[in-house]
Design a protein around this ligand. Structure first.
Ligand code: MG
Length: 490
């Protein structure tokens, strides 16, 4: 098993071996590895990839450990799949990102070199955000590894333009920014950006010139949405120079100025556990949950279906002898079902087919949002799947300052390996159980909670495979979990 993993790692690290005389294939942009904050050596990384024992990995285990705990004492744990892929296709990231103010510093009298150095440290003027993210890769690790290394930098770049606007939280954001330095002109959305050029609208045209008031919160949401798009475009662009196989779901949490932004593109999930109750912080994006969006695209651009698929949905596949009969169907505009007379065109395979975890887009992929997948095609065809996939996350906002959080209040992030076998309630009960058994000031309690969740969803290896405590089938998928405490963070 280890040899198989070694070979796979070697292939990813060194690129695919090329035959003598042929031009070398491109290597990966980033070599495969486990999350940087685990500080695992290559040997430890290989050991974690043993499908037969499926060891659970938490921060602070590695020999090269530099920091035992993650910031905020966040808990994290992961385990590899039961053999569906040689490598763990999940990735994770935890970062604190500083964004410097764009305002020019006030000029001061001449200073010595030492004074300039000291004042530079003191004047480090800006704001920071905290970031946690999970990436659930498929059909290869390339996109997930790249997103884990870079998505927070795209978020930083998008937020950098508005860092000074966000700091002035009492002033509404201006409608436009000018100058290369991003200097803000105008005092706010109620003031025109260029007093000199701007004339008040006459009554007849004022209805076309109403300014919409936009909150700071929506500037951050827009920045995160754009960052996901930039990340996806970078993967698309750089796949001509690097080997970046596959795609990934992405779930990211950004804590900025007292608010938590939950951005989800895919089927990972975030929940809040507050006072023992659970609150869903994200939706999953699957062929079933996005059926109408997919069908509408297939209806508008039927060439994307390659003359092999129909955008209509039927309760089952239709047989040739059923042409002319009436059968239940659903179109993009419908949530309910109606009857239609079957035509020959309806014999094509449905764009969205299957139920629950088996639902697929064009019989190929079970998630509808994420990063990468630019080369994904329907098996044995030239039909591309990417036009049906969206890289844009749904972003929700949780105002952490509006609640008095208790010491056991947490946000749990997990890839679908967790949620496929455990309900939100079971997750909450498990977390509450672990935390209540620890001293409330024990900084390791959130790591123990994450470890417990991974252990519960993986199960124990028995003769009949990985089994949960109630003998249900355990998760055979990669499983990654963050447990983020909220107490004391406002
Ligand atoms: Mg998964």
């Amino acid at each position: 098993m280890i040899n198989r993993v070694k070979a796979a790692v070697a292939q990813l690290v060194g690129g695919i071996a090329s035959s003598p005389g042929s031009s070398p294939d491109p290597g990966p942009k980033f070599p495969y590895s486990r999350p940087a904050f685990l500080h695992l050596s290559a040997e430890e990384s290989q050991r974690s990839a043993d499908h037969s024992s499926r060891p659970i990995v938490v921060p602070g285990q590695g020999r090269r450990r530099r920091r035992r705990l993650l910031p905020w004492d966040s808990g994290y744990a992961e385990v590899i799949n039961a053999g569906k892929s040689a490598l763990n296709e999940d990735q994770a990231s935890r970062e604190i990102v500083f964004m410097e103010s764009r305002r020019p510093k006030s000029s001061s009298a001449a200073k010595s070199v030492e004074e300039v150095k000291e004042s530079a440290d003191e004047e480090r003027d800006g704001i920071e955000f905290h970031y946690w993210a999970l990436f659930d890769g498929h059909a290869g690790t390339g996109a997930a590894v790249m997103a884990a290394k870079l998505l927070h930098l795209h978020i930083r770049d998008q937020l950098h333009d508005i860092v000074d606007i966000l700091r002035d939280c009492d002033v509404p954001p201006p409608i436009c920014l000018t100058s290369e330095a991003g200097t803000v002109t105008g005092e706010g959305s109620k003031s025109p950006p260029h007093q000199g050029d701007w004339e008040p609208p006459t009554d007849s045209e004022s209805r076309f010139l109403l300014e919409k008031e936009i909150s700071h919160e929506y500037l951050v949401v827009g920045a995160i949405e754009n960052a996901f798009r930039q990340m996806d475009e970078q993967i698309e662009r750089e796949r001509s120079s690097y080997y970046i196989p596959g795609g990934c779901c992405a779930l990211a949490i950004v804590y900025l100025l007292g608010k938590i932004y939950i951005a989800n593109a895919g089927d990972s999930r975030a929940i809040l556990i507050r006072n023992g109750e659970t609150v869903q912080l994200s939706n999953e994006f699957t062929p079933e949950s996005e059926r109408q969006r997919l069908q509408y695209l297939g209806y508008l651009q039927p060439y994307l279906l390659g003359n092999e698929f129909t955008h209509l949905e039927f309760p089952r596949r239709i047989q040739y002898r059923e042409i002319g009969r009436k059968m239940l169907f659903r179109d993009y505009s419908m949530t309910g079902w109606a009857y239609k007379t079957i035509e020959e065109d309806d014999l094509k395979f449905p764009l969205v087919y299957g139920k629950g975890k088996k639902a697929r887009v064009m019989a190929t992929i079970g998630v509808t949002r994420g990063l990468g997948d630019h080369d994904l095609k329907v098996h044995n065809s030239n039909i591309h799947i990417k036009p049906f996939l969206s890289c844009v996350p749904e972003v929700r906002v949780y105002d952490i300052t509006k609640y008095e959080h208790a010491v056991d209040d947490v946000i749990v992030l997990g890839t679908d390996g967790l949620w496929d076998v455990i309900s939100d309630r079971e997750v909450a009960d498990a977390v509450i159980g672990v935390l209540s058994n620890c001293e409330s000031d024990d900084p390791n309690r959130f790591t123990l909670a994450a470890q417990d969740l991974v252990m519960r969803s993986r199960g124990i290896l028995k003769e009949c495979g990985w089994r949960l405590s109630n003998d249900r089938l355990g998760s055979g998928d990669d499983i990654s979990v963050f447990v983020i405490p909220l107490y004391g963070h406002t």
